[in-house]
Design a binder for this molecule. Structure first.
Ligand SMILES: Cc1cc2nc3c(=O)[nH]c(=O)nc-3n(C[C@H](O)[C@H](O)[C@H](O)COP(=O)(O)OP(=O)(O)OC[C@H]3O[C@@H](n4cnc5c(N)ncnc54)[C@H](O)[C@@H]3O)c2cc1C
Length: 504
């Protein structure tokens, strides 16, 4: 099912943006807030591809310092606190424990890297690095006895798919049309506009016009260029990364950064209240990104890599969920997939007196907001449009509660909605922030929230997700707008799909 075609305006848009991942939606939000007429085309669902398959970190990327990516690391570090302030319901500071292990990078190298990490990125509120020694720190409890020292530093965790959805809501509230379930099938330059052919997942076809085209199709960026008949000047490198989710491997709210034998790092991060997320691998990839899946070799690599640090071995059979994503990286000619730059570059095709197209190569979740500013700074002058950036300091939908204090906000909602279980309130506060009001509103009992379709999931929430967040089926709800899919079985998928079809 796609959104109705009525979404499309009869007059040319200033910008049509292809791709409802973090980069396309981030650009849409920024452009719409500058007063431009914007249409986003997303062929599947918001965050359907790479933007829901990440390690879910807002981070500088300590490892990229080794590859002298100072610009990228600095920009990413600065964005941590900007994004935490913008969305304190879905971005949470996290302490990372980095064990020192014989045969790996020596302690002085790690300490130097962390000194830079603490100081090059405008850190104001996140606590600095400290050294931990066995005997005094609880973080050693799950680690093997041979590990005696570790460093603890700051980064942030994020709900990646919700970051995309919140940006889409904001873009829409600033006037952008978000066409979910509509893909670009072709584009032609005509005088000063693009004529863009679009098709819905139901087979309906339209042509829309735009003064400028932005191609943020992630792993499909070169296919969109081909569909628009535009030569490409940049090369794309697809690198698959896989993650595993297991029942919680250790207690405590900290994460671990673990050096693997091959020099890469593997993260172990608390996931929800009951799970640990392990990732990632980096494998060159050439097939369709929509088909990427986790191989047994990757499961072994991650379980073994993390198992080298933990007292208890990790058994692959304990994995409750595994997912793979494909990084659409700008190919800088690196031999090794893990050293290809994570920075973003733009490919701009703008012949004189013709409508321009800007394509996005590379990038990280962490830098999406700056990427949007940079993309518009490059493109709009070519369209003779003058605007100013505005998103730094602007709060994302639901993030407008005091002092970024999600715990205090949650405690207030528990009192207000005392008829709901605390775990449901906690989940909803961390998904919707102050927009929880739009779901529960003036309800005084669970009966006011409609049918309970699964434990803690009421019809009122599904209605909100359909009405205000473009959800159209169970997967949209269970795997992107929430991660409730981890808790529910196939019967719930059926129930929710029936609800969307109007049958419940
Ligand atoms: C394993 C892994 C771990 C990562 N971890 C992190 C991390 O912890 N922190 C971080 O900052 N970054 C991380 N990243 C990077 C980050 O996830 C990506 O840079 C980012 O999500 C890319 O977003 P995007 O919008 O460019 O692409 P995507 O999210 O892939 O979006 C592109 C969208 O375009 C749509 N599309 C394609 N063709 C068409 C068409 N013709 N018409 C309409 N729509 C179309 C697709 O359906 C898709 O939804 C990670 C990436 C991977 C793979």
């Amino acid at each position: 099912m796609s959104v109705p075609a009525a979404t499309f305006a009869p007059v040319p848009y200033d910008l049509v943006i292809v791709g409802g991942g973090v980069n396309g939606i981030g650009i849409a939000r920024d452009a719409a807030g500058r007063g431009l007429g914007v249409l986003v085309l997303e062929g599947r669902d918001l965050a359907a591809a790479t933007s829901s398959a990440s390690s879910k970190l807002i981070h500088g990327g300590l490892r990229y310092l080794e590859h002298s990516e100072f610009r990228l690391v600095r920009e990413s570090l600065k964005e941590r606190e900007v994004l935490w302030t913008a969305a304190p319901h879905i971005v949470h500071p996290l302490r990372f424990v980095l064990p020192v292990r014989p045969g790996m990078r020596p302690a002085w190298v790690l300490r130097t890297g962390l000194f830079l990490y603490d100081h090059i990125g405008g850190r104001e509120h996140l606590p600095p690095t400290r050294t931990l020694r066995r005997g005094r720190a609880a973080a050693f409890a799950p680690l093997r006895d041979s590990i005696r020292t570790a460093f603890e530093y700051s980064d942030c965790a994020v709900d990646d798919a919700r970051l995309v959805v919140l940006n889409a809501i904001d873009a829409h509230e600033h006037g952008a049309a978000i066409a979910v379930g509509w893909r670009l099938t072709g584009a032609r330059r005509a005088a000063r506009n693009w004529n863009i052919d679009v098709e819905s997942s139901g087979g309906e076809r339209r042509t829309v016009q735009a003064r400028g085209l932005i191609n943020a199709a992630g792993p499909w960026v070169t296919s969109v260029l081909a569909s628009a008949g535009v030569p490409r000047h940049r090369a794309l490198r697809l690198v698959k990364g896989s993650h595993l989710v297991l029942p919680r491997l250790y207690t405590g709210r900290h994460a671990y950064t673990l050096q693997a034998q091959d020099g890469r790092v593997i993260f172990a991060v608390p996931y929800g209240d009951s799970y640990t997320l392990l990732g990632t691998t980096e494998i060159p990839y050439a097939a369709d990104a929509a088909q990427a899946s986790v191989s047994d070799t990757e499961v072994d690599y991650l379980c073994r890599g993390v198992g080298e640090y933990l007292r208890e071995p990790i058994e692959p059979k304990k994995v409750v969920w595994a997912y793979a994503g494909v990084r659409p990286l700008y190919d800088d000619g690196s031999v090794d997939a893990s050293t290809v730059t994570r920075d973003y570059v733009f490919d701009i095709d703008a012949p004189p007196d013709a409508a321009p197209i800007l394509s996005v190569f590379g990038g990280k979740l962490t830098t999406y907001r700056r990427l949007a500013e940079h993309a518009l700074a490059k493109l709009l002058p070519r369209m003779h449009i003058e605007t100013r950036p505005w998103t730094r300091g602007a709060v994302l939908p639901g993030g407008d509660f005091p002092n970024r204090d999600i715990e205090a906000f949650t405690a207030r909602q528990r009192v207000r909605y005392d008829f709901l279980p605390p775990s449901t309130i906690r989940r909803m506060c961390r998904a919707y922030g102050t927009r929880i009001e739009r779901i529960i509103g003036a309800a005084r009992s669970v009966a006011d929230l409609g049918d309970e379709l699964a434990p803690g999931l009421f019809a009122a929430e599904l209605a909100y997700l359909r009405r205000e967040e473009w959800a159209r089926c169970a997967d949209d709800v269970l795997w992107r707008r929430s991660k409730l899919g981890l808790q529910f079985d196939a019967s719930v998928v059926e129930t929710i799909n029936r609800w969307f079809a109007g049958g419940v």
